[in-house]
Design a protein around this ligand. Structure first.
Ligand SMILES: Cc1cc2nc3c(=O)[nH]c(=O)nc-3n(C[C@H](O)[C@H](O)[C@H](O)COP(=O)(O)OP(=O)(O)OC[C@H]3O[C@@H](n4cnc5c(N)ncnc54)[C@H](O)[C@@H]3O)c2cc1C
Length: 131
């Protein structure tokens, strides 16, 4: 969502994203996580003046959670490319550009899955072969 947030948002978009993030924190299915999210929103005011600001802001929050969970740090410079900025919708009426964006996201997530699989496979012991 951040990667497709307007580069120059209107006041209403700025308000919507603030409302959305607070709603998300409130409705987050994991109550403990939602509580953490609320604390982070209070500690780090939402940066919503541009797409770049919002992407770095949310990527930063996600990295705080990643650190706490022992997950790898995500390079926020890569967030624009990784998340693509499209909606992933395949509807024809959206036109070529829309489809291309969708494809990029698919390609990026395929890459990420492949990389993850490799890392997981490294840690899984191979079963012994029966002779
Ligand atoms: C405030 C908060 C607290 C949470 N606390 C917990 C908790 O205590 N325990 C728990 O199990 N889960 C917690 N979660 C959920 C957790 O962040 C993961 O979403 C969840 O564990 C599922 O993991 P995942 O690997 O499927 O997805 P995620 O780790 O969310 O990853 C989804 C995708 O985002 C990409 N990504 C990773 N980091 C970034 C980043 N910084 N910027 C952009 N993209 C990124 C990943 O590569 C991946 O493709 C919390 C979430 C929030 C918002």
């Amino acid at each position: 969502m951040a990667a497709s947030y307007p580069k120059k948002p209107t006041l209403s978009k700025k308000i919507y994203i603030v409302k959305f993030l607070h709603s998300l924190a409130d409705l987050y299915p994991c109550e403990v996580c939602g509580g953490h999210f609320k604390k982070m929103l209070a500690k780090y005011p939402i940066k919503n003046n541009s797409r770049k600001e919002l992407v770095y802001y949310l990527c930063g929050l996600h990295n705080i959670v990643n650190k706490r969970l022992g997950k790898p740090h995500f390079d926020c410079k890569k967030a624009f490319d990784f998340w693509g900025g499209g909606c992933g919708c395949k509807a024809k009426k959206h036109g070529k550009n829309h489809k291309k964006i969708g494809k990029n996201r698919k390609k990026n997530s395929k890459k990420a899955i492949k990389k993850n699989k490799k890392e997981i496979n490294k840690t899984i012991e191979k079963p012994k072969q029966h002779k």
